[in-house]
Design a protein around this ligand. Sequence first.
Ligand code: ADP
Ligand code: ASP
Ligand code: MG
Length: 438
Amino acid sequence: MGIKVAKFGGSSVADAIQIGKTKNIIEADPQRRYIVVSAPGKRFDGDTKVTDLLYLCKTHIEHHLPYEQLFQVVCDRYRVTEVNLDVKVDIQKHLDEIRANLEKGTTADYVASRGEYLNAILIAAYLGYDFVDAAGLIQFNAKGKLLAEETDRALKEELAKHERAVLPGFYGSGPDGSVKTFSRGGSDITGALVARAVGAEVYENWTDVSGLLMADPRIVENAKPISTISYKELRELSYMGATVLHEDAIYPARIADIPINIRNTNRPEDEGTLITAEAGPLADGQIITGIAGSKDFTVIAIYKNMLSDERGFVRRMTGILEDYDIPLEHLPSGIDTVCVVVSNKKLDGRLDEILEEFKQQLKPDTMDVSEDVALIATVGYGMSARPGTSAKLFTALADAGVNIRMIDQGSSEMNIIVGVENDDLEKSIQAIYDAFVK
Ligand code: ADP
Ligand code: ASP
Ligand code: MG
């Protein structure tokens, strides 16, 4: 019998009622043997995720502000869940230990990770599954980079000893044994790593939507669901802000050829979205698979006469970014121009320094800088066979009164990326959606 790995996101494990739903789902299929859980998320609009509360506790301590009330809110949530689930895991003992570590000035990663740690202890007891800690199994190097192969070996060895287990998502440990977290939303990655390690037949990612929609439901009302999508298309979409699945969760599943199934904990009867190596057939007349976008990028357009004849220009330019440890998001180029697209978060206030380095080392004729740019990816294999796709997209944006700052059409012809002003992001996604989907 094959194995299914099921990861439940924050809203799916936000309180005892939600955890009850996950139990029903898990028990409905004996193949669901390895369960990965997030920290308790929002129970209603305006609620605060436990992970956010924990980060806040740490920030308060750093600023010498009282944090006890905040921590109390966290404690109360777990204690109520412990009572309502009627499990006896002495959650108070764990909370006391975390409080003591907070007092000692422990790291933000440790504090944030306790959200999933405590939830996994509670849920394991409720299901009667083993609790298997992720620290020591999910491994990072000293720089915080995941050691994928070491992790795979450690997970294989440990999970072979457990018929059924619950693991906390979002964190692992570094070479010195201290807790390290992934970036936000990282429990998706833990789930994918566990799926790879146990050779799962499917990695189920249970959340609060019935799969991936063609556009962010917070922007496009009633966006159509996507029934199947390829890993590559999804990676483009999740990288660009379709936050349903963390972008780094795709690689472990893809190399092990494990399909990912996005499902809705509140509507388990829905089939959700299936993500596999091959893109499924698109609905009749449909050209694109989905649209996603995110804000806060900077575009530096560098012009230099005869740039195309110059040797080593791009190498020197990327070298400068490398020195600052800033990843290059995109590099659309023309004959005598190169556009450098970097994220504002990674720039971290060092734009002027970098422009100065560009000036000194690249000697451009001019440089145009647009800060606060949003990038929007329109993705789908269906686009390559259709002439006029980009014209349709640009017309839709022009009709909506959007000023395009940058265009990058991937050579795979499976996506077109446009840069627009931050404030135009929502309007642009809606316009593209209306042009291609309605
Ligand atoms: P979880 O806590 O279960 O990991 P997330 O909040 O990380 O859930 O992801 C689910 C959310 O992603 C949805 O509630 C929705 O608001 C958002 N989202 C953004 N883009 C999309 C999209 N294209 N399709 C579906 N949901 C999307
Ligand atoms: N709890 C973490 C977060 O809120 C990780 C996750 O939910 O995937 O980012
Ligand atoms: Mg998530």
